[in-house]
Design a protein around this ligand. Sequence first.
Ligand code: GLC
Ligand code: CA
Length: 548
Amino acid sequence: MNTFKNSVVYQIYPKSFLDTNGDGLGDLRGVIEKLDYLQTLGVDYIWLTPFFVSPQNDNGYDVADYRAIDPRYGTMEDFEELVAQARTRNIKIMLDMVFNHTSTSHVWFQKALAGDPVYRDYYIFRPGKPQGGPPTNWESKFGRNAWEYVPQLDQYYLHLFDKTQADLHWENPAVRREVQDIVRFWMEKGVKGFRFDVVNLISKGEYADDTQGDGRRFYTDGPRIHEFLMELNRESFGKDPEIITVGEMSSTSMENCFRYAGADGQELSMVFSFHHLKVDFVGNEKWVLVPADFGKLKEILFSWQEGMAAHGAWNAVFWCNHDQPRVVSRFGDEGEYWKQSAKMLANVIHAMRGTPYIYQGEELGMTNAGFTSLDQYRDVESLNHYRILRDKGMSRESVYNILKVHSRDNSRTPMQWTGEEQGGFTTGQPWISVNPNTRTINAESQVGDPDSIFAHYQALIRLRKEYPVFAQGDFRALSQEDPQVLAYQRRWENTSLICLSNFYRKETTWQAPLDLTGYRVLLSNYPDSLPAQSWKLRPYESVLLIKE
Ligand code: GLC
Ligand code: CA
């Protein structure tokens, strides 16, 4: 049986996937063209980031019409064909629903601006402080104050993201009904999965100044969040048991995730949390350069694995998406051990308890963008923070070095299909530069090569289907204190699976904390890994061991 537990989801950022008409922007027909590739990889779902009508200030996360396809991406007929063609390959479609906010170009917001009180109540308008200035000191996730002043209304509206992304007022039942209606619209088109964008931010608490932080404690996992999610489930996707859902949970707490992704299925199937991807931040501050803290990474991954399992709740497990730098650049090695480290990172995720997500190009070991000049950046968050850091007095050079590491554009460069100049992505000028390393890192050279990173991902997906321990097993951390090995065990009935990885380039010796008699190698990133109680691990060596 295929459930969300033994499924693998592949994320497509359509704008950067494949352009079929030479305008430099990926499109839905591009996704149709590559369905065979995705079937060869073996994935069960494809999650498409938003392709709805949008001014594209935040690459489609600023939706102006939830029921229409932006002509730059194609037509409704293209979408219907995509659903049908995917189905014949046993691939289901997951859509990305952005309901925390709409674009300010959305007709609701436009009516609100024009003074219509019905639509004004779709958003969060508040007067400024009596002494002047915005209602609260909350900061937008993209930098600066989160309130924008509208002179003709003499009010501010809340935008937790860009100022063209106005937060919806979920306390208003009419807003919730609109949202349910949109989900049902896409269900009728045969969509079988939904990802809900920053959905744990929809219930705002008190609108007060935050004297301890940027405001997030007031609106993260807010007072009515569980009620809102249960209602959305009941009124829309919950009616179709085949549908799977994932909530993107910004700065969430594990206790809330027990409920968001609980076994009772009242809210969502699973959650994305991001704590493990802040180990190269300072607190919540991402615009800094500090080495990744491996001890912390392990601690976070393990505590979420154990905690969620103990509560019967389900994780989405991942390293990459369109908001994160490429993992091989971040925690692996772009050089000599590129291949081994990419495979090691894949093992760590795919053998964990949860549904694995692969972000386009990850299965090829694509690296960070490697931009050489500032004008190559496109992302609103990066551009905003460039200004903010410069205004704080940081040198051009320093800001540039930070962007190189942390910018979201690192993962948004076009998919590398071939070794040609534009990577086979477009025949025109790509909207964002193709990484020149497409000469050596590309799909054409990897598909069919049994030693490729692509083949390794294929194997991991296949193993999940063959061995129920991947989807069903419990989770036990091993060698928790080891400063360079990441190891854990999964057990189900009489099967035991061990995932063991040297996370670094330096060799190390691992003392197995359990008896390895009877275990055999299921998958490794070296051709000749040999289990031993005192095991010398080579650079980035990573092995899945099984005993049945
Ligand atoms: C999510 C998306 C991100 C977007 C933000 C605002 O974090 O993944 O790309 O900018 O929400 O919608
Ligand atoms: Ca195109």
